[in-house]
Design a protein around this ligand. Structure first.
Ligand code: TXA
Ligand code: MG
Length: 317
């Protein structure tokens, strides 16, 4: 199949309405979208991504008002978070309405929902009479895509249309928040920093590192991995110089490694800029076909915790 990349919302809508999958831009990463209420379209998503059926999908809609069609309850802290931060890089786990096929949630009683903050995708969603199920548009286990070209490079021959919304602004997947006995729990660190969530709900538990946690089966240890082995350096340490190694550094390059084999996430030390660059720089380093990539641990404040989480997972084989 020859994939088309463009900005034609009506064309994307036609493919989706016909039960096909389409690449869509969001502020976090690009998604591989299909009609969430059509089990065949959902199956196609799993097949194209080569994703195991036990790893559930996020349902995307354009408006908090449409939520009651997909969830049966909206606890008070969830409502407050949604009102404050949607559209935005925040996913809420809520009790699933029977209208949502079990395939979307891998049989779990909760459905993950979010309103993405991208004008093209919000217009697309507004034009559809169904929500979109959309995992990140990468083959299972590989680095998430932050441009339309990344999607075309990896899934192009299986996706008829990719809606091009430019580089993803945030660059990290959404933060996933669920509620246990009314208390918020973070299952995946992501594009919305913890302190922003805690400003609304008070202290939250973070459980995103548990690989055995059935609440977030997608958070298997080896995830977001480049093909080239990656080692996460502890803060302050540097790699042993060698000719065929690469480095992902925070503010300045490491000594003893050729500069073309290094990427600097943010020269000014801006964590938001670092998040924006993270996945595309990892891809660039991976494409150099080196023997090893070393990545620097970032300060853990704000989005730094989520970046370190992705780097840790990228280092697991
Ligand atoms: O930013 C994002 O969230 C991107 C964009 C495209 O919206 N999507 C994304 O989807 O990252 P994906 O499929 O790569 O990761 C979704 C993860 C799953 O792997 C799982 O950990 C969790 O969300 N999840 C989804 N539905 C769930 C459910 N019903 N119960 C528990 N965890 C769920
Ligand atoms: Mg993913």
């Amino acid at each position: 199949m020859k994939t088309q990349i463009g900005q034609n919302i009506a064309q994307a809508a036609d493919w989706l309405t016909a039960g096909n999958v389409v690449g869509i831009p969001t502020e976090t990463v690009y998604g591989l979208a299909g009609n969430a209420l059509n089990p065949d379209a959902v199956l196609t998503i799993f097949r194209v991504k080569n994703r195991p059926a036990f790893d559930p999908l996020i349902l995307h809609t354009n408006n908090l008002d449409r939520l009651s069609e997909y969830v049966t309850e909206l606890p008070e802290p969830a409502r407050l978070l949604a009102e404050r931060y949607w559209p935005g890089p925040l996913t809420l786990l809520l009790p699933k309405h029977e209208r949502v096929p079990d395939l979307v949630t891998s049989g779990l009683p909760m459905v993950a929902v979010r309103v993405p903050n991208h004008s093209l995708t919000l217009s697309l969603l507004a034009s559809l009479d169904f929500p979109l199920a959309a995992p990140s548009a990468n083959p299972f286990g590989y680095i998430s895509p932050t441009t339309a070209q990344h999607v075309a490079d990896q899934l192009g021959d299986q996706v008829p249309y990719i809606l091009d919304g430019g580089p993803a602004q945030v660059g990290l997947e959404s933060t996933i928040v669920g509620f246990e006995a009314g208390k918020p729990v973070v299952y995946r660190l992501g594009g919305m920093a913890l302190d922003q969530i805690e400003a609304i709900t008070g202290p939250v538990d973070v459980r995103s590192h548990s690989t055995s946690n059935p609440k977030a089966p997608g958070m298997l240890s080896s995830h977001y991995a480049p093909r080239v082995p990656l080692t996460l350096l502890s803060a302050g340490s540097s790699p042993e110089p060698a000719p065929r190694i690469g480095a992902l550094a925070f503010r300045q390059p490491f000594a003893g490694i050729p500069l073309p084999q290094q990427r600097i996430l943010s020269e000014t030390g801006d964590i938001t800029e670092a998040a924006h660059n993270l996945f595309s720089y990892l891809r660039e380093l991976d494409a150099l076909d080196l023997d090893h990539i070393y990545a620097e641990t970032l300060p853990g404040q704000g989005l730094g915790a989520a970046i370190n989480d992705r780097l840790r997972r990228a280092s697991v084989r």
